[in-house]
Design a binder for this molecule. Structure first.
Ligand code: 1HN
Length: 372
């Protein structure tokens, strides 16, 4: 077949296409269907002291239930802010640090986002989920599944800090966000207190990667730190249980399904023994990490992110990463991820780093950079 158009006619053709909002796939296929995941999620790290100070100062400025729905300082990924995505840690996940002071209450509401909480500091406050109270202690992981009514109240004497993890970016992208306050402020209390934590022994965990069976929603709201720690202690007694990429790791599960505790946000706790390091791998799912205990670093795409107790960092999708415990004590890393969603959509995929015995070359060390 002969090509009969002059260069000028062809150029005009492309100009006309733009005007009529159609496009030539023969030019653009490579941008639409990339050979590998393309994203604009930067890795980043926040120091605990910085976030804690901002939260405490918020304690002097406003009160939940009076001036605000919740008193939370959220983590803002700088690369996503450039696209106007406010409150994004990764393209799918949000994390914020909530402060509740003694005597304060945060009123009941519900939303289509699913939420998990991880308790950082303090005790004597509870979250009520559909009226069932669960008192929060350091290291606990609490579920607030999408659409459940939830409120918080502090009956203790010291400031209480916890991390909220929600699938804000995912729900926004899918245009599926709904929010509603509870009329009357607080949901009627159910008689049982700490039911899920006490009657159901405070947790359900499985070695990372273990095969899962299908079933029903999780009856556990509060996955107790004591139980997670016990499980990790048991695993770390034998090197056979070591995961090459995540050290000793448990995923919080729904005991009735064997699947993830929350249906959209994955939750994991890793233990690294003093001096222990892992090999690098990468996967489609992204994560937000919180350092419960310890001191060390994570290498993300050749950049060293040094962390200590309380810090938070972003693991972007499809990024090489390995962890190192540099301290003399055990390190515990809690993380939330979007793996359950990727798995449900059959998009999850991973790869291991083959060179240099699985260790990346460190090219630079991360420094937080305030936006000016
Ligand atoms: C939320 O409901 C809570 O209930 C905290 O404590 C943070 C961030 C975005 C959307 C809903 C809470 C939140 C949130």
């Amino acid at each position: 077949m002969s090509r009969e158009k002059s260069e000028e006619e062809v150029n005009q053709y492309y100009e006309n296409m733009k005007r009529d909002l159609v496009g030539p796939l023969w030019h653009d296929l490579g941008h639409m269907v990339t050979k590998e995941p393309v994203h604009d999620v930067e890795p980043y790290l926040w120091k605990w002291e910085t976030i804690r100070d901002y939260a405490l100062t918020a304690g002097e400025i406003l009160e939940p239930g009076k001036d605000a729905e919740r008193r939370v300082v959220y983590l803002q990924n700088p690369s996503l802010l450039k696209r106007g995505l406010v409150g994004y840690g990764t393209h799918t996940l949000y994390a914020g640090i909530q402060l509740l002071l003694p005597g304060e209450m945060a009123p009941s509401h519900h939303h289509s986002q699913t939420a998990v909480r991880f308790i950082i500091e303090g005790d004597g406050a509870y979250t009520a989920v559909n009226g069932e109270r669960s008192y929060m202690e350091r290291g606990d992981m609490i579920l607030t599944p999408a659409w459940t009514w939830h409120e918080h109240k502090h009956e203790g004497t010291e400031p209480m800090f916890w991390m909220d993890g929600l699938d804000v970016g995912l729900v926004r992208t899918l245009a599926a966000s709904f929010f509603e306050p509870y009329e009357g402020g607080f949901y009627p209390e159910e008689p049982e207190k700490n039911y899920s934590a006490e009657k159901l022994a405070g947790g359900a965990f499985a070695p990372k990667g273990e095969e899962k069976k299908p079933g029903y929603p999780s009856p556990i709201f509060n996955y107790r730190w004591e139980r997670a720690q016990y499980e990790l202690q048991r695993l770390s007694e034998s090197q056979d249980n070591e995961d090459p990429y995540d050290a000793y790791a448990v995923e919080y599960i729904n005991p009735t399904t064997g699947g993830p505790a929350d249906s959209r946000i994955g939750t994991m706790m890793q233990k690294l023994l003093p001096g222990q390091d892992t090999k690098a791998h990468r996967h489609v799912h992204s994560a937000i990490y919180h350092v419960l205990e310890g001191k060390g670093y994570t290498v993300i795409n050749g950049e060293k992110f040094e962390w200590a107790k309380g810090d938070f960092f972003i693991l972007p999708p499809w990024s090489w990463h390995e962890h190192v415990n540099e301290g003399t004590e055990d390190a515990y890393l809690f993380s939330i991820n979007d793996k359950p969603v990727m798995e449900k959509l059959e998009l999850e995929f991973g790869e291991t780093y083959k060179e240099n015995n699985g260790r990346q070359k460190i090219e630079k060390t991360f420094e937080p950079s305030a936006i000016v």
